[in-house]
Design a protein around this ligand. Structure first.
Ligand SMILES: CC(C)(COP(=O)(O)OP(=O)(O)OC[C@H]1O[C@@H](n2cnc3c(N)ncnc32)[C@H](O)[C@@H]1OP(=O)(O)O)[C@@H](O)C(=O)NCCC(=O)NCCS
Length: 235
């Protein structure tokens, strides 16, 4: 029932790229901004380090694949190849702020980290939130509106990452509970593939950040959020 959720501050890409696979190194090469490179390398290295603990393989031997639900191409929701039973993974990266990864055998998992200021702009609610969510944000006191909005967005993205839809689905078709109420999926209007019960939890990632993890599957997850700095120190 365990879901490991591990967060870290981004580190220099040069210190971690040796852990990555060939496709990851190609993508890293295409990133120009140092902050993007650091977040990418740290997220993928951390995913490999945590995945290695679950599979017993060396981090650099893990094969991380992805298959797009929309076009079938080699991108989209990541998966670890060869696990039996399958080890489900997800990651989120915010340049200069935080990376977070989630690993579990419980079922498809999605994790998301959001910087509050990134979703605090005119017009966001009308496009991204369902009518009930817009009302819940509007009802918040002024000084809690940004953080509440980020909590909602992190929950919605976590669900869409767990199902593999990502933002190909309209985010307003996924409705979650009000920002400071217990996290839960309230309505799924994306398609017929709800995929069973969705368990949702908020993540306390630090000041100015919101986070959430979602797992699709039957049993209630035991979610553990830990700092992964020590894993990266030893890499
Ligand atoms: C997934 C998505 C919601 C994340 O957006 P974000 O908040 O900017 O980024 P995050 O850092 O939180 O997450 C990025 C990670 O999500 C994962 N991801 C990408 N697409 C995903 C999907 N459909 N489902 C689950 N996870 C996905 C990847 O691991 C990615 O990290 P990587 O690029 O380092 O491999 C958004 O990028 C998206 O919807 N992408 C898919 C778009 C798509 O499918 N287009 C059709 C192409 S044919």
């Amino acid at each position: 029932m365990r879901v490991d959720v591990v967060q870290a501050r981004p580190r220099a890409a040069a210190d971690l790229e040796g852990l990555l696979g060939p496709e990851e190194r190609d993508r890293l090469d295409r990133l120009r901004r140092e902050a993007d490179r650091a977040a990418y390398a740290t997220a993928h290295a951390l995913l490999r380090l945590v995945g290695a603990a679950w599979t017993g393989q060396a981090p650099e031997d893990l094969v991380l694949g992805a298959t797009c639900l929309t076009c079938g191409g080699p991108h989209g929701k990541p998966h670890l190849e060869g696990g039996d039973p399958a080890v489900h993974v997800s990651l989120s990266r915010s340049a200069g702020k935080v990376v977070v990864v989630a690993v579990t055998r419980l079922g498809p998992v999605g994790v998301d980290a959001e910087v509050e200021s990134a979703v605090d702009f005119e017009g966001f609610d009308a496009v991204a939130l369902a009518p009930g969510e817009q009302g819940a944000v509007a009802d918040l006191p002024d000084d809690r509106r940004s953080s509440g909005r980020a909590v909602l967005w992190a929950r919605k993205e976590a669900v869409l990452k767990a199902t593999g839809h990502g933002l190909v689905a309209a985010p307003s078709d996924v409705e979650v509970s009000a920002p400071f109420a217990p996290p839960e999926l309230v309505a799924w209007r994306v398609d017929a593939s709800g995929g069973g019960p969705v368990h949702l939890a908020d993540l306390a990632l630090g000041a100015g950040l919101a986070g959430a993890v979602a797992v699709v599957g039957g049993a209630a997850p035991d979610i553990r959020l830990v700092d992964g700095s020590w894993l990266l120190d030893g890499a």
